[in-house]
Design a protein around this ligand. Structure first.
Ligand SMILES: [Zn+2]
Ligand SMILES: [Zn+2]
Length: 281
């Protein structure tokens, strides 16, 4: 498995690659604007080409974007329209920079029945894909309080999109754990992947988020912790990152950091030691 981090695009967007390289990343994730506003940032083609060039030079692959927090693909009215536009814009931006695609949450359904909400998500994804030439939409599994906490819900969106060739899934270890999947042991990891294989299919799994969980098993709460410092623990991550069916993937950390300044070198070093089979992380 290759490891990377969510890094800031402060300054010029291509400086994200320098930041990732300094942390020891092998892949990276960015926002393509401020995650807390709807403002669309249109980058100069030269800046996106420079980001592509730096990722290649530093051996960072893939580059992925994470959709803004305001996006709710199952909403209605203005928020729905803005969410579709944001997703399409993020896809076009990351594609121009040579990236893989955009990670998106399914959203909160509010009063809508689950099946209708999932159809709205599929409709939003279909429109964003139609409005962009390349790049994958990576549907992220949730911790429990929002849509996408079960593999059946992820499957339902994929089914509604009739196996669209640009739709994949991103699994987050902290979300899986909070949603009730016990990743603390090798057996738990096997059981989780067996269910995913059955209900979604490993071919759709394109990206991993590697975060330990401050919240309890099955709590439904999304609380990230540093690798090995949360409820999942090092043995669970050892089994996860070395699993033969996950080894070809990239895992991105969104951990708070040991000095609480965001994803850091120390978390990546831990993961690399687990991957390389060294005893003391
Ligand atoms: Zn996410
Ligand atoms: Zn999370």
């Amino acid at each position: 498995m290759r490891f990377g981090a969510h890094v800031s695009i402060r300054g010029h967007i291509y400086e994200a690659a320098d930041r990732a390289a300094r942390l020891g990343c092998e892949c990276l994730q960015i926002f393509v604007g401020s995650p807390r506003t709807w403002r669309e940032v249109h980058y100069l083609p030269d800046d996106l080409a420079e980001l592509r060039r730096r990722c290649r030079a530093f051996g960072l692959r893939p580059l992925v974007a994470h959709a803004a927090y305001l996006v709710n693909l199952s909403s209605e009215g203005e928020v729905f329209e803005r969410s579709v536009r944001h997703l399409a814009h993020a896809l076009r931006t990351v594609e121009q920079a040579g990236g893989l695609g955009v990670v998106a949450h399914l959203g909160s359904r509010h009063d809508l029945p689950v099946s209708r909400a999932l159809k709205r998500v599929a409709g939003a994804v279909r429109r964003a894909l139609a409005d962009s030439d390349g790049g994958w939409v990576l549907l992220e599994g949730s911790a429990g309080r929002t849509l996408g906490a079960t593999f059946e819900e992820l499957r339902a969106v994929l089914d509604a999109l009739h196996g669209h060739p640009r739709v994949g899934v991103c699994l987050d270890t902290a979300h899986l754990f909070a949603a009730g999947w016990d990743l603390r042991t090798r057996e738990g990891v096997e059981a989780t992947l067996a269910a995913f294989r059955d209900q979604v299919g490993l071919g759709r799994l394109k990206l991993l988020h590697l975060n330990d969980s401050r919240a309890d098993l099955g709590s439904g709460l999304d609380r990230h912790e540093n690798i090995g410092e949360g409820r999942i623990g090092l043995e669970g991550f050892r089994a996860w990152v070395n699993h033969p069916e996950l080894r070809h993937l990239c895992g991105v950390i969104e951990t708070p950091g040991f000095d609480r300044a965001g994803p850091d070198r120390a978390n990546l070093r831990r993961l690399k030691r687990l991957r390389d089979g060294r005893q003391e992380p």
